[in-house]
Design a protein around this ligand. Structure first.
Ligand code: FVH
Length: 291
């Protein structure tokens, strides 16, 4: 059973799940939320309700923040700056790498230790084998609290730069976003057919995407390598596919702008004399700054 006292500030859907997991694991848990009623069930399960943010921070060595954004984080922490010395703050609020680095610098100036985190879970999967949480900041702070943090989900340390957890969090979310956007697009296409149903189509889509995801490590190896890419497809074949997806979308009454942009990028590569479609080039196409 955990014995580190942990405070949780922010008891939305996610903050409540985090606090619940800590209580279940036996950690003395103090909670604070703007709307105090959201703490009621946790208090009934053994949590201590803090009357103020300051009281929550002073209740133990480790405070987790799970709030709407970093503006709210700033608004809550700045007035209690004097209480932070010697405490460890772990921000699990979604934010940018710059916000994470700025918050770390401010927290360190107050004499606090700081870790930034990205939760790769939804409330119902917190504290299950599916959950993992990314952390970055000074390693000694991570090591000092790893055991408590592991209660929430597998704790993955990414490095001393406080911004890297947020960068990877947002990169993972961007892949998820594209995946769902692609799902909605494909469902719009499939259900334009008289007999098409989203459920029937999705039975085909899930195994297809599961199989295709297996190619990613090989693509990744090509991106990381200076050698000639191993996975390469004919550029003309890929361009024809993009043009066909654009045309079939338009014919089905579905927006085609994504595929039109893809086709334009592939046409540019063809005009440059390239003959193959590779992952390193696809990644490079997306960069707005040169390597
Ligand atoms: N829910 C999820 O599935 C995702 C999974 C991945 C990580 N995210 C991030 O977790 C942060 C919190 O998300 P949430 O789902 O808990 O969000 P809400 O249920 O909307 O809770 C928001 C909390 O923020 C408090 N809050 C908002 N504005 C203020 C303010 N001006 N002053 C003080 N507190 C504020 C809010 O308080 P209240 O409305 O209950 O009084 C909640 O505690 C987020 O970064 C996700 O991206 C979740």
């Amino acid at each position: 059973m955990g014995n580190t006292a942990v405070s949780v500030i922010g008891l939305g859907e996610m903050g409540r799940a985090l606090a619940d997991a800590l209580i279940t694991a036996g950690h003395p848990t103090t909670v604070w939320n703007r709307s105090a009623a959201k703490a009621d069930e946790l208090v009934a399960r053994g949590a201590v309700r803090a009357a103020t943010v300051e009281e929550a921070v002073l209740a133990g060595p480790l405070t987790l923040l799970c709030l709407l954004d970093y503006d709210v984080t700033d608004t809550l922490l700045r007035p209690v700056a004097g209480a932070l010395r010697g405490r460890t703050l772990v921000s699990l609020t979604n934010g940018t790498p710059a916000q994470a680095r700025r918050t770390e610098a401010w927290a360190v100036a107050q004499g606090a230790a700081y870790l930034d985190g990205g939760i790769m879970a939804i409330p119902s999967t917190v504290a299950t084998p599916q959950a993992f949480i990314l952390y970055s900041g000074q390693k000694r702070h991570f090591e000092a609290h790893k055991e408590s943090l592991e209660v929430l989900g597998a704790a993955k340390y990414l490095g001393a730069d406080a911004g890297v957890a947020a960068l990877y969090d947002l990169a993972l979310l961007s892949a998820m976003d594209y995946m769902f956007e692609g799902f909605f697009h494909s469902v719009a296409m499939a259900t334009s057919h008289q007999e098409g149903t989203a459920a029937g189509f999705t039975e085909l889509l899930v195994p297809w995407l599961t199989n295709m995801a297996q190619i990613m490590p090989a693509f990744a190896a090509d991106v990381d390598s200076d050698a000639e890419p191993v996975v390469a497809q004919g550029l003309d074949v890929v361009l024809t596919g993009a043009r066909n997806m654009a045309q079939a979308s338009r014919d089905a009454g579905v927006r085609a702008d994504h595929f039109e942009r893809s086709a334009a990028a592939l046409e540019k590569q063809l005009a440059e004399g390239l003959t193959t479609y590779t992952a390193p080039r696809a990644v490079r196409e997306l960069r707005t700054t040169s390597d």
